[in-house]
Ligand binder design. Structure first.
Ligand code: GCB
Length: 596
């Protein structure tokens, strides 16, 4: 699915702004033939939760409604008109002028529908019913329960099986875009680069709908100069003296794709792409033939008021802070991030580990670290279908992004429990089959799934570990934590000598401004000591290819005795003020080259 852009043949109408809003108390059915019976409003794109002063609305679990009126200019009415949601969290039923026109489940991927047949002259009423319910069939996984109150009303509850607040709503842009009746439907770009010859063969497959006499692809360089041109739905273009897309030194070509009919260009779409080679070989992660070292973060889409909604100013600031620290990468923990962020990373040369929303695949997670309930994980959870769907939708959406170098199929599943391998093997096969660029794949491993216990690491190209020695284990005892860290990393290296190893999480909750002469846990001193200890061990391990800490910034979570208005493992506060450790890490990372 192509990202909506304006071109010589396409117009984008942005429906962002103020929408009507109401939660559904499920007392009386909502009549979609009528305007929503509410005076409440919310801004789109954003989560609804933090825009209200009502605690009840903020914490609402169940169904809720959005509505917006729009008019389409007469000049556009003969075009093909497509309504597109960047995402709708987590499930959406879409009505236009009272008729259901589409449905989508899964809160982090786009979907679209043609609307010509449902439009009326004058104002059109777009109504969306959403649900933020999560259960054992959805991704992320939620612990769902319901009860009836004294009036017989159903009270629904979702206890997140993961450590971030269950923000919901229309988090990403809602657009109507036009195409001609004959149009370019999708573009798949696969660059193959001969590094020694500085030459790339770029394969384009163009999916079109309707009848074109010719499909033409023109590759333009960053100055807009033509590099090469070819014709056909399946075509190769060679680029001599190719400029590579490099981490923190991005170079983007543009593929101008034209559908031509009767000598006239009918539809035009421009897709930018980078030429780079990603491989895993002999315990190294190679980008453009050189061993790359990941320095960076696990993140969240999480800001004040907007919640999980697109916040482009924060995206820009976050990348600027990363660059200033000498970081080069992040993981989209724990769900696909906005398309706007992916496009920004392409342009800024930020390397991305692209993660599905498969988080919480651990029965009883959070209140049962002993793992008693975990034993039933793979018989209790029914997430296979949702998991296949998110892999399909994520790879379909992000396949052309140069910034994406590794797919993360899941975060912290119970990969040490019987049944895990059977669950994951087909999913890894699916991802590998679907990705036209054949990027490496991994899943992010939880601390109980040690080298002896884990059942799935044979499936991965990169061993990606979330470890909390010195925080959840050996709390406050960094010398014991150092021993455990070293011991486990050496065990992984011995067991899988050809697989690169990296940390995708390590961190310590730290209350900004809290100091301790004894370096106690939660103090800024402890956070720094904790990172110094980890760095020391990383530098001893030869197959260690990267450190992505947890977390870039403090973020909102559900309530819990371990959380003080959210998770405080950020090295920045939620406002993006640095904690003390940022100086140490900036110094370290600015002195570690991206390659070597
Ligand atoms: C983890 C999870 C992450 C949590 C983090 C923590 O292992 O992947 O979602 O926020 O630990 O801080 O506990």
């Amino acid at each position: 699915m192509l990202y909506p852009i304006a071109t010589e043949s396409r117009v984008v109408v942005n429906l962002s702004g103020i929408w009507k809003f109401m939660t559904d108390k499920e007392v009386e059915p909502i009549e979609v033939s009528q305007p929503l019976p509410t005076n409440e409003v919310v801004a789109v794109p954003a989560s609804f939760n933090d825009q209200t002063v009502s605690k009840e609305t903020r914490m609402h679990s169940g169904y809720f409604w959005y509505e917006k009126e729009f008019t389409i200019a007469k000049a556009l009415r003969n075009e093909r008109l497509v309504l597109r949601f960047g995402s709708a969290t987590h499930e959406a039923w879409v009505y236009l002028n009272g008729k259901e026109i589409t449905y989508h489940k899964g809160g982090f991927t786009p979907f679209e529908v043609e609307i010509n047949n449902y439009l009326v002259d004058g104002p059109n009423r777009l109504t969306v019913r959403l649900s933020n319910l999560l259960d054992y069939t959805t991704l992320p996984v939620g612990n769902y329960s319901e009860e009836k109150d004294e009036n017989g009303r159903i009270i629904r509850k979702v206890d997140e099986n993961f450590d971030f607040f269950n923000y919901a709503g229309l988090h990403r842009p809602v657009n109507i875009y036009t195409t001609p009746r004959d149009y370019i439907e999708d573009i798949v770009i696969v660059p193959n680069v001969d590094l020694a010859a500085k030459k790339a063969d770029v394969h384009f497959s163009i999916k079109t709908a309707g009848a074109f006499d010719e499909v033409r692809v023109t590759v333009l360089d960053e100055e807009g100069k033509q590099v090469a041109q070819a014709s056909g739905n399946d075509t190769n273009i060679s680029i001599d003296n190719v400029q590579l897309w490099q981490p923190l030194n991005a170079y983007l070509y543009t593929a101008k794709v034209e559908g031509v009919k009767g000598g006239e260009t009918v539809d035009v779409y421009e897709e930018s792409f980078g030429v780079r080679k990603v491989e895993v070989s002999s315990g190294k992660f190679l980008i453009n033939g050189e061993p790359f070292y990941f320095k960076g973060f696990g993140k969240h889409e999480d800001t004040f008021v907007q919640g999980r909604g697109l916040n482009e100013a924060y995206n820009v600031l976050d990348i600027n802070l990363m660059k200033q620290m000498g970081a080069n990468s992040f993981r989209t923990s724990h769900y696909p991030y906005s398309e706007e962020m992916m496009r920004l990373c392409d342009r800024e040369g930020i390397v991305v580990i692209d993660e599905t929303p498969a988080v919480g695949l651990f029965h009883g997670f959070g209140f049962d670290l002993s793992g008693k309930n975990a034993n039933s994980t793979w018989s209790v959870l029914k997430t296979t279908e949702a998991h296949e769907q998110v892999i399909r939708e994520l790879i379909d959406r992000d396949k052309n992004h140069a910034c994406v170098v590794l797919w993360s199929i899941a975060n912290e599943p119970a990969s040490h429990i019987e049944g895990a391998h059977e669950y994951f093997e087909p999913l890894f096969n699916l991802a590998r089959q679907l990705d036209p660029q054949k990027r490496p794949c991994t899943f992010v491993n939880i601390l109980m799934a040690t080298p002896n216990a884990d059942k799935c690491s044979d499936l991965v190209d990169v061993i990606a570990l979330n470890r909390y020695y010195g925080w959840y284990l050996q709390t406050g005892d960094l010398s014991k934590a150092e021993e455990e860290t070293r011991k486990e990393l050496l065990e992984w290296q011995e067991k899988y000598p050809d697989k690169p190893i990296m940390y995708t999480e390590y961190g310590a909750d730290t209350v900004a401004g809290f100091h301790s002469a004894y370096g106690e846990p939660f103090s800024e001193e402890y956070q720094e000591d904790y990172y110094r200890m980890n760095s020391k061990v990383f530098d001893e391990i030869s197959n260690f290819v990267g450190e992505q800490l947890w977390n870039f910034a403090d973020f909102q979570t559900k309530f819990g005795i371990q959380r003080v208005q959210g998770n405080k493992k950020g090295i920045f506060t939620r406002e993006r003020e640095p904690k003390m450790v940022v100086r140490y890490l900036s110094n370290r990372w600015n002195n570690i080259p991206n390659f070597g």
